[in-house]
Design a protein around this ligand. Structure first.
Ligand code: GDD
Ligand code: MG
Length: 367
């Protein structure tokens, strides 16, 4: 069975990181996120994928060109010249599909779900689409799904208001579709599968659900990206060989027992560790440098990030090549874009986002 992976979104909630890196390629431990998705699909029996893309497509294609292990695995690229939405992206991928039932996944969910059981359930029913559900604390950021006792979907409501929440089951962004569903998607315009196609199928009793209790997380916000990074580093999901991103043991203080591979440089007297409140474990990309006496906790440092002596980074994401100046503090789900510089002794807090390349002069900001 083929799969369509939807990777055409702009990743607005992960800006400024996603100004330079498409969400599908943000790294988790030692590989871009989409690598985990490919593993999940292949483990589920998928034998070819079409990437439905639009935003920064070349970077995604370049990544797959480096994956030696996928060189015999059929991958096609359906590039939209303008965003066609989640159903429009599938329609645009149709020319690469074999005309049989297909799997569709949102390209930003990290999950250990068993795709085979969703496919089996779909094949044993007469539904036109089967969607995987997961439970979350707050469904308002997702597609809320009410089901009856036979798992027939009774209501699909994308991004419900708080007052509309009637269940904690939401759309996990993993579907099995009959080819007839593609006939229902108008070509050449933006179409949302969640707002147009699923309500249409639901009204005809042709939409079913498969509930998964496996690990599941949408990585599309700074908080969830940090949490997903922690979960991968701690082995809760997606165990992988290779070790280009560093596992920093939660108990590590002052560089003891930290497994460091060159070319990362961590000076004496730094603390790299665990932050229970937000991100958990820290991850350092290639060519990062952490200066003497600096503290990095529950954070992600992308390739080439530099933390100068005495600086503190807590629960934050530092973009590629960004620099945190001496004794500066970056905390509270802050996100620094590629190549930006935080001047000496500044304090960035409360989820502040600094755009790529911006230089915040020494001590110009304080909170
Ligand atoms: N090809 C293409 N074209 N892909 C797109 C487009 C588009 O125009 N717009 C969004 N996508 C891709 C995104 O890149 C992402 O991988 C996926 O479609 C879902 O888009 P998001 O923007 O991440 O949606 P969401 O997280 O707010 O909500 C969706 O996912 C939830 C689960 O994580 C919905 O499907 C919800 O119903 C669902 O609960
Ligand atoms: Mg999403």
């Amino acid at each position: 069975m083929q799969a369509v992976i939807l990777v055409g979104g702009l990743g607005t909630r992960l800006r400024p990181i996603t100004y330079d890196i498409p969400k599908a390629l943000v790294p988790l431990r030692n590989q871009p996120f989409i690598g985990y998705m490919m593993d999940m699909l292949r483990a589920g029996g998928v034998d070819g994928v079409v990437l439905a893309m639009g935003y920064l497509p070349d970077q995604i294609q370049d990544y797959f060109a480096t994956r030696e292990d996928l060189k015999d695995f059929p991958i096609n690229y359906a590039v939209e010249d303008r965003p066609l939405g989640t159903a429009g992206g599938i329609k645009n991928a149709e020319r690469y599909l074999d005309g049989g039932p297909l799997v569709v996944v949102n390209g930003d969910v990290l999950t250990g779900t068993d795709l085979r059981s969703a496919i089996e359930l779909h094949e044993s029913s007469d539904s036109l689409a089967t969607i995987t559900l997961t439970s979350v604390e707050d469904p308002t950021a997702y597609g809320l799904v009410e089901v009856d006792h036979d798992m027939v979907v009774r209501r699909f409501l994308e991004k419900p208001a708080a007052a509309e929440v009637t269940t904690n089951l939401v759309n996990a962004g993993i579907y099995v579709l009959e080819p007839e569903v593609l006939c229902r998607i108008p070509a050449g315009r933006e179409v949302s599968i969640e707002r147009e196609i699923f309500p249409y199928l639901q009204a005809r009793g042709k939409l079913r659900a498969h509930v998964s209790s496996s690990y599941w997380r949408d990585i599309g916000t700074p908080r969830s990206y940090l949490a997903a990074s922690h979960d991968v580093l701690s082995g809760a999901v997606g165990a992988h060989e290779g070790f280009e991103y560093l596992d920093i043991d939660p108990s590590t203080k002052r560089g003891k027992n930290v497994r460091l591979l060159p070319p990362v440089s961590v000076a004496a007297g730094c603390e790299i560790g665990h932050l229970a409140t937000i991100g958990g474990r820290s991850s350092l990309g290639r060519n990062c440098r952490v200066g003497e006496g600096a503290v990095v906790e529950g954070s992600i440092l992308l390739d080439g990030a530099e933390i100068e002596p005495g600086a503190v980074v807590r629960g934050s994401i530092i973009g590629p090549g960004a620099r945190v100046g001496q004794k500066a503090i970056v905390r509270g789900l802050s996100v620094l874009g590629a190549g930006c510089v935080v001047g000496e002794s500044n304090v960035l807090d409360q989820g502040i986002h600094i755009n790529p390349g911006v230089v915040v002069p020494p001590r110009s900001l304080s909170f």
